[in-house]
Ligand binder design. Structure first.
Ligand SMILES: [Zn+2]
Ligand SMILES: [Zn+2]
Ligand SMILES: [Zn+2]
Length: 330
């Protein structure tokens, strides 16, 4: 596999060559008792217990390979590099049939801790410019293993959507000396047209220019650029776990299939970066989770679209429906 840069959009595209299949007939490799079908744990909770509650393993057929360097090369005007990176699987719970929203507060907190631990560890690797987490739920979302799980990837480039966001956030900060996302939060809480719910620390809302119906973001109400540096206190873990569960439950009334993506600060330790590249990052960027539901017949895969087509409902209608309909059943 190889990464190639689109010279027009400047984004890196992965050229996939191999089929990705992991599941063997009828056996779930992520279920307890089948650990031998998986690569060794990178993280497990509780430590050294056969009765694990959360574990993280390398992906068996990774999109990215951890060894070596990125071997950036030019081919005429084109840029290419090896698929250097890391690709891990977070198994949030041993139960094959439990989604995040079905777990207890403590179980979701343990999953959040696994995310924080792995992202923090991968960011120590100066070859990686960006580390993110995503969660595909449902076959329509490209979930390849039935057992609920998230994936973490570390890449030697910043994915396009995040690069756009970082640029916009910096521009807004340079013009106004304020965080773009904090401004959005303030306006959404004032207007109450697109908010879904909130607690003392976090909120969820349908963004003004939603790309797909029922698109929902989860953000801290206070300012912080980095998820893995921020979500480390018991109070933040608990409030985030509760809000995330409740928001996911509301969305599950609308569809079972969705993508969830973490947008956090890029790896400021990575080399080479020009001095001063991330000078104002901690003030100008604001981490968040983006949830993109898949409504059968309505939305197409968001990841490959340059221009997003969003059919009804509008974000205002979607937020109202999620507020009214899905008030957490348990
Ligand atoms: Zn399973
Ligand atoms: Zn902010
Ligand atoms: Zn984002």
């Amino acid at each position: 596999m190889q990464l190639r840069r689109d010279p027009i959009t400047q984004s890196w595209v992965i050229q996939q060559t191999a089929e990705h299949s992991w599941a063997e007939s009828g056996i779930c490799p992520l279920c307890p008792g089948h650990e031998s079908l998986c690569p060794p744990n990178l993280y497990v909770y509780p430590l050294s217990a056969a009765n694990w509650q959360v574990r993280v393993i390398p992906h068996r057929n990774p999109i990215y390979q951890i060894e070596g360097d990125s071997a950036r090369q030019a081919e005429g005007l084109y840029d290419k590099m090896r698929n250097l990176g890391a690709h891990e699987v977070v198994i949030e719970h041993p139960d094959h049939n439990k989604q995040l929203s079905d777990l207890s507060d403590d179980q979701v907190i343990q999953a959040l801790r696994a995310y924080v631990a792995r992202i923090t560890d991968l960011k120590k690797d100066t070859r990686f410019r960006y580390v993110t987490l995503f969660r595909n739920v449902g076959a329509e979302a490209g979930q390849e293993l039935e057992h609920p799980h998230s994936e973490i990837t570390a890449t030697p480039f910043i994915p396009r959507r995040s690069a756009y966001e970082l640029r916009s956030a910096l521009t807004h900060y340079e013009n106004k000396e304020r965080c773009l996302f904090c401004d959005i939060i303030k306006q959404e809480l004032d207007q109450q047209a697109r908010t879904v719910e909130w607690n003392e620390l976090f909120m969820s809302f349908c963004p003004f220019a939603s790309r797909v119906p029922y698109e929902t973001w989860v953000m801290p109400i206070y300012h912080h650029a980095s998820f893995e540096e921020d979500v480390t206190s018991p109070e933040k873990e608990l409030q985030l776990a509760r809000l995330l569960k409740s928001t996911l439950r509301r969305l599950s009334m609308v569809t079972k299939a969705s993508h969830l993506v973490l947008h956090t600060s890029p790896n400021v330790n990575s080399r080479p970066y020009r001095t001063g590249t991330w000078r104002t990052l901690s003030e100008d960027y604001h981490w968040h989770l983006e949830i993109l539901p898949i409504i059968p017949g309505k939305s197409r895969s968001y990841s490959i679209k340059e221009v997003y087509f969003n059919s009804l409902p509008t974000p205002e209608m979607a937020a109202k429906e999620l507020r009214d309909g899905g008030s957490a059943q348990k």
